[in-house]
Every structure is written in structure tokens, then in C-alpha cells.
Design a protein around this ligand. Structure first.
Ligand code: SR1
Ligand code: MG
Length: 436
């Protein structure tokens, strides 16, 4: 490895300490903007650690006049423990992404009130009564604002950080600003694009029912080619500033609001990775839903809404993205002078459609990769995990794996979002051999 590529030691480790409750109270009392927002005497503030994610500490702090959320990065992966160190610098990238996204998609990310880089700490507005969207989906709740909000977030953050919108020098500065977030990228490269397809110590799945499928996925060269092509795209396509972990656990919702949180995996990567994360997680919510039925068919209306949402996420995203391209083409890509006159306009429009077709294909591949990692890899999700009966859970998971494999290996059959939702409906009725 050349010296210029050797990883740097985290320069802030010396000044870092994990803030426990008393320490955090004293610290926040010394931040005027936060103390004023909380109100009352610091001794009366309530502080509770509520983090249920895989990486960090999250505190809710409430005073007499308001509340805040405090996120502190730990120097290791919380899910696994101190044996898996992780740079504190991810807090810096999260702060950078949050402030950038707030400019591109105002009102769709939490307001940052304070950031302390050495402590790897970000203080944000408290989102109340919002809940993590994944929890709402498990409960069978519908979110009428979601499509409009998430597609505005996706279209604006992706388009407005791409070469279609931003001059090349500015775009390259953006790539450089996030290039150091490679430890978080490496988690994705391993946990999503590699481990589920090989023997890896941290993999797990619902046993014994999925043993045969897990083994088949480890031998499936068509699948290995498809996931490797997606991995190459993830490594090799700095198309836009992506969130990098946009699953339904990174979205907080009410029925009238949507806020995207947790962009610590942000970097310049392929746009389809974010859109695919949203769609893949909705497809899992759909196929897990039958496992949460209290009576046969009692979640059918919810499931129809989820599939409609899958379709609308893509179509609304594409509409908004193309609208931005037609009205805000400030980047160095597709120079206007090369597409002058009526013939140029027609040709450019055809090229925009072709661009969207390529993006759709990337999106479906990444959506499928997101599904497979949650069933065969390290980090699972409550959509499936909360289905108590393991055989029932395994049936939902086997259906999801079947759909995901087809989306990845047989991409030619999934050229439209309608083809994807039709396949999801079909696979919902499929019975794996172990269920017969
Ligand atoms: C070890 S971290 C596991 C997962 O949690 C995050 O939310 C990302 O999805 C990551 O892959
Ligand atoms: Mg997260």
C-alpha cells in the first residue's frame, strides 16, 4: 500500500470521551442555544438513551420548554462491540451531509443545533411525535405524505449534487470532502455486496428453514456476477452525494411529515443505491406483512398501499428528477451547445429517458441486494425479526429472497416498476418446499 493510501489515525481520539448522563447534562448546560431550547434548570432535564441502531448512542433530552436529540458516535460498532473499531470521523461526515441535505431538501432532514467534532456529537431538533418508519410499517400504518416527501428528498439531493446540476470543479470538491468516509463504505462493501454470498462468521439466517437457500446463494455464480457488478458500481460511480443507508429505519414519520435521518454513510456514490434502499425496504415490508397478520387477510389494504407506494416512489422520483434536469441543468454534463435547436432538444429528451432506464436498472439491483443482506447477512430488520414463529418468518424471508434473486439475475424481466410489483404479488402466494 502506498503511503498516500495508508489509513490515517483518527486525529480526535485524544479529546474524545463517551458522554454518560451526568456528563451530557453538564455539557449541554454549557451550550447556550441548546440550554435555551430545553429551558429550566439543567438538574431537572430528563435524559434517556434510546439508541436502537447498530452503531451509536442516541439520547433524548427534555427540559421545561423543549427537547433535543443527541447522537454520539462510539469508537466501535455498537451491534458487535469493541472488537470492531470504527472511526469517530463518521460523525463529521454525518454533520456535513445533514447540513448539505438541509440546503438541497429543506424541511426533510432534522435541524442541527450543535456539533462537537472531537466528541463526535451532533445535537438535533427532537422529532416528536415522529416514529421510525420501519416500526410504523410493522404495525401496518400507512403514511400518506411519504411518497411526495421521499421523492422530493431523493430527486433534489441526488440531482442537485450530480454533474447534471453542479460544475465539475465543485462536484470534485464534494467528492474529496466525503472521500475519507471509506470505513463506512467498507461496511457496506462487505456486509451488502460480499458476505451474504460466502461463508462469513457474522452471517445468520432463520435456521433450519433457510439453510438450503443460503447454501445455494453461496454457490450461485449468476448471482455472484450480478452482485459483483453492483459492488463495482458502488465502488466506482461517484454520481451524486448519496445518503448511503436510506432504509426505513433511517426515516422518521408521522402521517403528515417525513424526515430523513442518519446520513453517516454518506459519500459520492451511485444514485440507485439510495432509491433502491427505499424500494427494497418497502418490498420487505410488503412480504413480511403476512407474518404480522392477526387474522387471515387483515393487512391486505395495508399491503396494497405498500405496493402502490413502491410504484409511486419510482414514478414520482423519475418525474421530479427529469423536471429538475429540464429546468436546472447547471452542470458540465450534456453541454447545451451540443443540443441546440429542435432536433437537439428532441435528442436530449430521448437521452434523458435512456438515462432514467439505466438508473431504474441500477435501482432494482441495489433494492435486491438490500433485501438479501437483511436475510442472510449480519444486520437483520424488525420487519422479519418481529415475526415470532420462526417457520412463518422463514416463509416470508424465502419469498423475499426468491424475488430479490430474480430482480438481480433476471434484470431484463424487470424493466418497469409495474413488473416488480407484479412479481412481488406473485411471490407472496408462492410456498417454499419447507412450507408444503
Ligand atoms: C455493522 S453496521 C450494520 C448496518 O447498520 C447500518 O444501519 C448499515 O445498514 C450497516 O450495514
Ligand atoms: Mg443508521
Amino acid at each position: 500500500m502506498s503511503s498516500q493510501h495508508r489509513p490515517l489515525a483518527d486525529p480526535r481520539q485524544d479529546e474524545y470521551r463517551i458522554l454518560h448522563e451526568a456528563d451530557l447534562r453538564d455539557y449541554l448546560a454549557g451550550v447556550p442555544a441548546v440550554a435555551a431550547r430545553l429551558g429550566g434548570a439543567p438538574a431537572a432535564w430528563s435524559i434517556s438513551e434510546v439508541g436502537d441502531g447498530n452503531l451509536n448512542l442516541v439520547f433524548i433530552v427534555k427540559g421545561t420548554s423543549g427537547g433535543v436529540a443527541v447522537k454520539q458516535a462510539l469508537p466501535y460498532v455498537r451491534l458487535v462491540g469493541e472488537s470492531w473499531p470504527l472511526p469517530l470521523s463518521r460523525s463529521h461526515y454525518e454533520y456535513l451531509a445533514l447540513t448539505h441535505q438541509a440546503r438541497l431538501a429543506p424541511g426533510l432532514v432534522p435541524a442541527v443545533l450543535h456539533h462537537n467534532e472531537p466528541l463526535a456529537l451532533v445535537v438535533m431538533e427532537l422529532l416528536e411525535p415522529h416514529i421510525i418508519m420501519r416500526k410504523g410499517l410493522v404495525a401496518g400504518t400507512r403514511y400518506p405524505r411519504f411518497v411526495d416527501d421521499i421523492t422530493t428528498f431523493l430527486a433534489r439531493t441526488l440531482y442537485l449534487s450530480s454533474d447534471l446540476a453542479v460544475p465539475a470543479a465543485e462536484k470534485k470538491d464534494g467528492i474529496a470532502a466525503f472521500a475519507g468516509n471509506h470505513a463506512l463504505c467498507k461496511i457496506t462493501e462487505d456486509l451488502i455486496f460480499t458476505d451474504p454470498y460466502r461463508v462469513a462468521e457474522q452471517n445468520r439466517w432463520t435456521q433450519p428453514w433457510l439453510d438450503a437457500t443460503a447454501a445455494a446463494f453461496r454457490e450461485d455464480l449468476d448471482l455472484h456476477v450480478a452482485i459483483s457488478q453492483l459492488k463495482l458500481k458502488f465502488l466506482n460511480a461517484p454520481e451524486a452525494l448519496i445518503h448511503g443507508d436510506l432504509h426505513t429505519g433511517s426515516i422518521m414519520v408521522t402521517e403528515s411529515a417525513t424526515i430523513v435521518i442518519d446520513p453517516e454513510f454518506a459519500f459520492y456514490g451511485p444514485m440507485g443505491f439510495d432509491i433502491g434502499a427505499v424500494i427494497g425496504n418497502l418490498l420487505m415490508a410488503y412480504l413480511a406483512s403476512v407474518g404480522h397478520e392477526r387474522a387471515p387477510g387483515d393487512r391486505r389494504d395495508f399491503e396494497a398501499w405498500v405496493l402502490e407506494t413502491v410504484e409511486n416512489v419510482w414514478t414520482e422520483f423519475a418525474r421530479k428528477f427529469l423536471e429538475l434536469w429540464r429546468t436546472q441543468a447547471g452542470g458540465d454534463a450534456y453541454p447545451k451547445t451540443l443540443f441546440a435547436g429542435d432536433a437537439g432538444a428532441v435528442r436530449l429528451d430521448a437521452e434523458r429517458q435512456a438515462y432514467m432506464e439505466r438508473l431504474f436498472s441500477d435501482t432494482m439491483g441495489f433494492a435486491a441486494a438490500k433485501i438479501i443482506r437483511r436475510i442472510l447477512g449480519l444486520a437483520h430488520n424488525i420487519d422479519f425479526e418481529l415475526i415470532e414463529d420462526p417457520k412463518r418468518r422463514a416463509i416470508c424471508e424465502a419469498r423475499s429472497l426468491r424475488l430479490a434473486r430474480a430482480m438481480m439475475v433476471d434484470a431484463a424481466s424487470f424493466r418497469t416498476i409495474g413488473a416488480v410489483t407484479a412479481a412481488a404479488q406473485e411471490v407472496r402466494e408462492w410456498q417454499p418446499d419447507f412450507a408444503k
